[in-house]
Design a protein around this ligand. Structure first.
Ligand SMILES: C[S@@+](CC[C@H](N)C(=O)[O-])C[C@H]1O[C@@H](n2cnc3c(N)ncnc32)[C@H](O)[C@@H]1O
Length: 278
C-alpha cells in the first residue's frame, strides 16, 4: 500500500495464484502487506495484518477503523512535507515511544510516521532513529499518493475487512493456527534483518520459525532467499518449492539476478510456464 523496504509490490502478481482457498488470511510479517492489496484472492472472511513494529500496526489500524478521518489527518500534515525541522521533530517523537504500548489507533502519530517513512531514501536502510530527510525530485510526492489511496474503492473494500494484530510471529501463528487458515510469511531476509527497525530477528529466530512451520494445522507459504538450513528443515521432497528468478538493474546499470523462493506446505496448482521470470 506504500513503498516499503523488502515489500512484495513487484512480486505479488506471481505469488497471488498460489494462495489457497481459506477462510482466514494472515500476513504474519505484515510490513506494507503488498500481497494482500494486490491479490484477487483476497479479501476472505477474516483478514489479519500483523507486524512486531507497533507504529506500522497503528498505521493500518487507523486506516481500517476510520479511513475518512485518517485521510483528513494525513492531509493536515501535507504542509510539513520537505521541512527538515518537522522531519526531525516527528522522527524523534516516534522513536521516543518506540517499543511502548501506546494506544492504538493514534491518528496523528500514524500520520507523522508515514510522513517520515515516505521521506526516507528507499535505497538506504529503512526508517530508523537516525534517518535524515530525503527530498524526492518526483513531481508527485509518495506521501500525497498515499493520502489518495483512501479514495480508491478497491483499497477501501479490503481495508474495511482488515483486523490488525501486534504480536511476535510465533504468537500470531499460535493464535490463528486452524485448518482453514492460510499464513503468508515474508520474514526479514536472512542477513538483511538490519533493514528493519525490528532488527533483532537473528539466526535462531529463523530456525525457530522454520521449526514452528513444520507443525502447523494451517496452510502456509513462505518467501525467502536461499540459505543452507532451509534444505534440511523444509526438505524439497516434503514441501513444495517454487523458484522465481527476478532481475533488477543496479546503480552501475548492470543486470542483477536473484532467485526468490516460495515454499509451501500444500499441493499447489501447476503454474509452471504460466508466470515467466520477472
Ligand atoms: C520483509 S518485511 C515484510 C514486507 C511485506 N511482505 C510487504 O509486502 O511490505 C518483514 C517485516 O517483518 C517485521 N518483523 C520483524 N520481526 C518480526 C517478528 N518477530 N514478528 C513479526 N513481525 C516481525 C518487520 O517489522 C517488517 O515489517
Amino acid at each position: 500500500m506504500f513503498p516499503y523496504m523488502g515489500g512484495k509490490a513487484t512480486h505479488a502478481k506471481w505469488i497471488s495464484p498460489y494462495i489457497p482457498h481459506c477462510s482466514t488470511y494472515v500476513e504474519v510479517f505484515g510490513g506494507a502487506m503488498w500481497v494482500y492489496w494486490r491479490s484477487d484472492k483476497t479479501p476472505v472472511q477474516t483478514n489479519v495484518y500483523n507486524d512486531l513494529n507497533r507504529h506500522l500496526v497503528n498505521v493500518f489500524a487507523c486506516a481500517a477503523v476510520d479511513y475518512q478521518h485518517y485521510q483528513e489527518v494525513l492531509q493536515s500534515y501535507i504542509f510539513d512535507l520537505g521541512s527538515d525541522e518537522m522531519f526531525i521533530e516527528y522522527r524523534d517523537e516516534i522513536f521516543n515511544v518506540y517499543g511502548d504500548e501506546f494506544i492504538i489507533p493514534d491518528y496523528p502519530l500514524a500520520a507523522k510516521y508515514m510522513l517520515c517513512q515516505l521521506q526516507t531514501f528507499a535505497g538506504n536502510q529503512g526508517f530508523t532513529a537516525k534517518s535524515k530527510i530525503y527530498k524526492s525530485p518526483d513531481p508527485k510526492h509518495k506521501f500525497v499518493a498515499y493520502t489518495e489511496k483512501f479514495g480508491q474503492p478497491d483499497y477501501v473494500k479490503k481495508l474495511l475487512q482488515l483486523t490488525t494484530e501486534n504480536m511476535d510471529c510465533l504468537d500470531i501463528i499460535n493464535k490463528y493456527d486452524q485448518p482453514d487458515t492460510f499464513f503468508y510469511l515474508d520474514p526479514p531476509y536472512k542477513n538483511l534483518e538490519h533493514y528493519y527497525t525490528e532488527d533483532d530477528f537473528g539466526h535462531y529466530d529463523h530456525l525457530d520459525l522454520l521449526d514452528k512451520l513444520r507443525n502447523t494445522k494451517a496452510k502456509w507459504a513462505l518467501s525467502y532467499y536461499w540459505f543452507e538450513e532451509l534444505e534440511a528443515m523444509l526438505p524439497r521432497d516434503r514441501y513444495v518449492w517454487h523458484e522465481q528468478n527476478t532481475y533488477s538493474i543496479n546503480a552501475r546499470h548492470s543486470t542483477w539476478k536473484r532467485t526468490e523462493l516460495l515454499i509451501m506446505n500444500y499441493e499447489t496448482p501447476n503454474l509452471s510456464g504460466f508466470f515467466g521470470d520477472s
